[in-house]
Structures are given as C-alpha cells and as structure tokens.
Design a protein around this ligand. Sequence first.
Ligand code: AHR
Length: 496
Amino acid sequence: MRYLVQPEFRKSIISREIYGNFAEHLGRCIYDGVYVGEDSPIPNRKGMRTDIVEALKAIRLPVLRWPGGCFADEYHWMDGIGPRERRKRIVNSNWGGVVEDNRFGTHEFMELCGQIGCQPYVNGNLGSGTVQEMQQWVEYITCPDESPMANLRAQNGRARPWSLKYFGVGNENWGCGGNMRPEFYADQYRRYQTFVRNYGQNRIYKICCGPGTSEDAPNYEWTEVMMKQAAGMMDGMSLHYYTLPTENWNRKGSATAFGASEYYDTLRHALFMETLIRGHGAIMDRYDPDKRIGLVVDEWGTWYDVEEGTNPHFLYQQNTMRDAMVAAATLNIFNHHSDRVRMANIAQLVNVLQALVLTDGEKMLLTPTYYIFDLFKEHQGATLVESTIHTGRAAQGVPQVSESASVDKDGRLILTMANLSLDQGAPIELLIDQAAMKFENGEILTGQAQAHNTFEAPDNIKNRPFEAVKCSRQADETRAEFVLPPCSAVRLSFSK
Ligand code: AHR
C-alpha cells in the first residue's frame, strides 16, 4: 500500500484541545471515580486520585469539560460552593435519580484542572438556569476586582480569580437541555451570551450549542439557524455524535462480546464523523469562510449496553481494541479537519462510556482508548501536513487504513496509522517526499478486537515499541517499509 507524505506541504495547526475530555456528574465519573475525597484511604491530593491525575498528565490532557452533559442544564453552581457539609443535596434526575450532595463543585473542578495542568471548560446552565446565574458564575470564577461574586469567592477561600477560557452556553438544548426549536435556542443563546463577560484580562471563548447528530438525522438545519442568527456572537459551536454498533438505542450490544460483523459496523458508524464534519463544516463555511468559528465536538465516542450487574443509568462499559480503533480513526479525522475542528472531548473521562480510565475501589486501569491518546499525543499543537494513502477496503465498506501526519515545532514528522482489518496485515511503502529524514522511534497498540484490560490483568493491552521499520534516506526523499498488523494502531516519528 503506497503512503505519500509531504512534510513541506503544511496545512492547519492541530489544536491541542482536539485531545480533550469530558467529566460529567454521571454514575462513577466524578464520585468514586476521579474524586474520592480527602479522607479516602486511596492516595489523593485534595480529594483527587493521584494515580488518575498522573495518568492524565502523562497524555498531556489539554482540556476538561464539566459539569455535563445533560447534568449541566439542571446544575445550579451556587449549590456547589462554600463549606461542603452545608452544600445542598439535590436529585440527579438525568442519571438515575441518585442524591448529588455537591461535594465536588467549582473550587474542586478548578483544583482538578490545576493538578492535571489542563484548561477548564465550564458548561453553563441555559435550560433551567437564569441569565443572572450564568453571569454570576463567570464573575465568580474570573473577576479580579472588588465585586459581589469575587468577594464571595474570597470568603470561600480563593482570593485570586481563576483563568477560564472555554464556556458553553447550554448543552443539547434541542433535547435534555430544554427541547428547544433552533430559532428559540438561537434567541436564548444571543441573550445569555451577552452576559458571559470578560473580567480583567480573562477572555472567554463562547461555545454555542450545536447539533446532536446521527446518521439518520445529521441535523443540518440546527447549524444553519445558529450560523444565520448568531455567528457573530460565538467563537465555537458544539457537535455531538455517538457511535453505536447498531441503529437501535434499546439494544446497543455488548462492549466486549461481539463478532466481526458488529466490529465493522461499529467502525463504519464511527467513520460517519467525517461526513458530519464535512456537512456541518460546509454550512459554517458559507457564513464564516475564514473559519474563525471552531467546531467543538464536545461529545463523541462509543456507547454500548452497560456491563451486567451495573446501574443502567451509570453508563459503565468496558473498553476493547475495537474502541481503540474507533478512537484512532476518529482522531485521524479530527487532525485532517483541524482547520475547522478546534476542540473535541471524548465521553467520558472515568467509568462512563468510552472511558480512558476504569476504577474498582482502589484498583485502577487504563483502557486501550487511553493508550491511543498516549500514542497520538505528539500531534498536539503540531502542523498537519499533506498525506495520502492508497488503501483498499477491510470489510463492510470500512477502509483498511486510517492515517494522519504532522510536523512538530522541532521539525519532527509524526505519523499515526490504524489498520482496521481484523485479519489482514497492511504492508506499507512510505514515501516522505522532498525530505531526508531518519526513523527515530515507533510505538504500537495491538491485540484481538475483543481484547481489553481487567483489574486482574491491567497491562494486557498497552503500547509497546515498534521498530520493524526499514528506512532508507536519499538526498531529497525518504522511503520506509513496514507492516501494520491486523487491528493495530502505530505511531512513527522521523527527524531530520
Ligand atoms: O455523555 C452522556 C450524555 O450524552 C450527556 O449528558 C448528554 O449531553 C448526551 O446526550
């Protein structure tokens, strides 16, 4: 298979935030997940699990979205500040009707982001919250001067403001965020965003609620209305798309027990992301030809039936090499569209949907999807370059190989490839055009499609060195040959 890479043909910058994540007050994502509380016997710093924070630092997690999701449009942020024992206990009506005691609120979220070293992305409540509430939250977090909310923040132990760039004005307002028609939401967005103010030096990147999409309903109308009515008042627009193996939300299928046909169906559905980005991107281009507004894919990933014996509202699922292939193919798509896609947040961080981390009491494991984020991390902030692969089909309309290529600030070339076939290796003849480079190193994640990590065998699937690359360098080009094993993802780095 011929693979042509042209490092001199520079395209868009791959925004670091494409490698972002999402943590909602849902199931065991926050409580019994990343946040265990200061009194827990599980090693923690200010209540945040140290092992999870270290794992997220290792993949350079750039941005974390919180507090939802559907939870965001029922969340009243003042319930989650002040002494913990006095915080309001509410019902989490979206996710199982469990008691939410608000132990984890604004201060804790900012602490978590600080420990990880990532940007916070706060999603405001437009569905059931007031304009005043939204305005005051931004003031509370960011105002450096004497003000009612800055004073309240100081009373709660934080004199200095935090810096906050990303703010979402509602979530899924066409559904759980208020069942609004696009015209109605567009007007609401225009009104609410007016009061999302910049305090001091802080500059907010305002994210308008974009379409929820599926293959049957890509929802282009929503994007058209938002762009027509509110393009000048937004910096980004969200897009949500989940991958199911079937078209049936009531029988999504098991995360671990599936056959080849279901595997390829899942991949085919995941690859629909490309059609969505092109379709919504084309509408955005008509109103915003300079691509000022970012497409923010702030919920994506696989969604299966929950693991047997777990609360159906908690969305806890295992994570296999199939998920790793979905993640690799999707991240390659985002890289290729980084001129428009400025952020993406896989759902979700811990113990929910396509999680990077799973926990069981004090035990913790990193999923195959985590290792894909580790494999791809060198693309963060690098420049996309032209690349073309002459791939055939694996099966059921799924192309065999997915790829993307970038050049980082030191001139290193990073290639990420995934062989989506379950049974065919992919022999690659790589030509790096007009550049004499040497092979530096490579890594691979591979295994049977159903292979996954368990609390008993947490290192079953992980990245390993990949050195089987025959490389020859000429004056003005580089050639390399290697074989991608079936169901594998590979990262190769070349330097001058
Ligand atoms: O990620 C789970 C849920 O999926 C989110 O709360 C919601 O926004 C979406 O429908």
